[in-house]
Ligand binder design. Structure first.
Ligand SMILES: Cc1cc2nc3c(=O)[nH]c(=O)nc-3n(C[C@H](O)[C@H](O)[C@H](O)COP(=O)(O)O)c2cc1C
Length: 212
């Protein structure tokens, strides 16, 4: 599919069918992740591709309470939003609740892991939250998402399971010096799947030569 079309329609798809992903398709989406740029060419990330029914159920059980706790905060923010935004936000929240109750059914949950010990983290000494390390992992996640889009698969980047990182690490046998940063459920969409997105435009996001 055309690259800009894929990028501009890569919205979150949270209603996913249990139908299996053919091996050749799965191979391509996994491979796409490995093409991402990486600090120092170290590729300090790994993915645990979870297909086991019991493990997917455990991930769902760990995820659901955090999704349920997240909704009320969002609903209170919605009160000041225009009606059409409220309607689309409500649809997204419903889809999120669907995912929280059906995560065990999706054919694949991609758990992205990273090892900070082998990363080049150039902002580590700054007196703020360090983000550069994530730059060696999230491009792989984005490649993976775009590849799913290209294959007609639905997917959504999630992070709520990071609240339960020790339990996820134990479940998946992730070594002590590796951590988790994204969990991407993947499957064929129940409804229309990916489609138009709403984002701030370049007028707001970009300035030339100095900060505004
Ligand atoms: C860092 C990050 C964390 C996210 N965590 C979650 C999550 O835990 N659960 C979820 O349903 N969506 C999660 N999302 C997806 C966002 O909610 C989604 O991209 C956003 O609402 C925009 O929706 P749209 O892509 O459908 O326009 C996350 C996205 C990012 C970038």
């Amino acid at each position: 599919m055309e690259l800009y079309e894929a990028m501009s329609t890569l919205r979150a798809v949270r209603r996913l069918k249990p139908d299996p992903i053919p091996d050749d398709v799965q191979g391509r989406i996994l491979n796409a992740a490995t093409w991402a740029p990486t600090g120092g060419n170290v590729q300090p990330w790994r993915m645990v591709a979870v297909t086991d029914a019991d493990k997917k159920q455990t991930l769902e059980d760990l995820y659901r309470p955090y999704w349920e706790a997240y909704i009320p905060g969002y609903e209170s923010k919605m009160k000041n939003m225009p009606e059409e935004v409220q309607a689309s936000t409500n649809r997204a929240l419903d889809a999120g609740t669907y995912l929280a109750n059906h995560m065990h059914e999706v054919p694949l949950i991609a758990v992205f892991c990273f090892n900070p010990g082998i990363m080049t983290i150039t902002d580590i000494d700054q007196p703020r939250t360090s983000v550069v390390g994530g730059g060696s992992v999230y491009p792989a996640v984005q490649n993976f998402l775009l590849s799913c889009r290209n294959e007609g698969l639905g997917c959504v980047l999630t992070t709520l399971l990071c609240y339960e990182e020790p339990a996820v690490k134990e479940l998946l046998g992730i070594p002590e010096d590796w951590y988790t940063c994204a969990h991407v459920p993947v499957g064929y969409p129940v409804l229309g799947g990916h489609g138009s997105i709403s984002r701030r435009g370049i007028d707001e996001m970009v300035s030339f030569n100095s900060w505004r």
